[in-house]
Design a binder for this molecule. Structure first.
Ligand code: 3PG
Length: 206
């Protein structure tokens, strides 16, 4: 199974994408990949999300496209068939953890409490999604977690913006961050690729 270092390939920002129209998937992937962001998360929050993953893997074959907002076990097979190379959930359940293992895809499982983080660490997951980061303590909470759970790294998402992203990335236990601010639906739906490319270039340089 591909490890997270390979999946991230040095990039510390993962655009979280909500694709409403399939026709936007390919130019969106090309724009983000061209601007230096090679690891993308397509959330399963729209009807065309799985097809969007397939279209993006065709448009930017060197990009690492993952599926986000995985809530149901059957989604693992569907996104794997579409070409996703990792999966993400806002939280986690036992059945989702088992399904991720069965699908043999890296899983960025979400955790919110110290006990959840410890349980996932015991299970061998060393990079976790910390969501919704800004609402569950933000950088201050992550700093506290670093002192008690130094072996666990996080990908905070939820409330990360161009203004506060540096506060998160400065922390020793933050491997990467994710967020919609780079390519929010209002920019994707108006096909504002130049503005998305500008935001992506800034994020890629962080
Ligand atoms: C996620 O799925 O990680 C969140 O929707 C991202 O939250 P944001 O819109 O605040 O970036």
């Amino acid at each position: 199974m591909t490890d997270w270092n390979t999946l991230l390939d040095g990039v510390r920002v993962i655009p979280v994408l909500i694709v409403d129209r399939l026709e936007d998937a390919a130019p969106l992937a090309e724009t983000l990949f061209g601007a230096g962001l090679g690891t993308l998360e397509v959330t399963l929050r729209t009807p065309c999300a799985t097809d969007a993953i397939a279209a993006m893997t065709r448009a930017a074959p060197e990009a690492r496209i993952g599926a986000g907002t995985i809530l149901h076990t059957a989604q693992w097979d569907a996104v794997k068939k579409a070409g996703a190379c990792f999966g993400v959930s806002p939280g986690h359940t036992e059945t989702l953890l088992n399904a991720a293992e069965a699908a043999e895809l890296p899983y960025l499982a979400g955790a919110q409490t110290v006990s959840e983080i410890m349980a996932l660490g015991e299970r061998g997951l060393k990079l976790l999604k910390f969501f919704p980061a800004a609402r569950i303590g933000g950088p201050g909470m992550l700093k506290t977690l670093a002192s008690v759970l130094p072996d666990i790294a996080f990908c905070p998402t939820g409330g990360i913006t161009a203004e506060n992203v540096a506060d998160y990335l400065a922390l020793p236990n933050v491997a990467c961050v994710g967020g919609t601010w780079i390519a929010p639906p209002e920019l994707v739906n108006t096909q504002n690729w130049p503005e998305i490319a500008k935001r992506a270039r800034h994020a890629a340089g962080l």
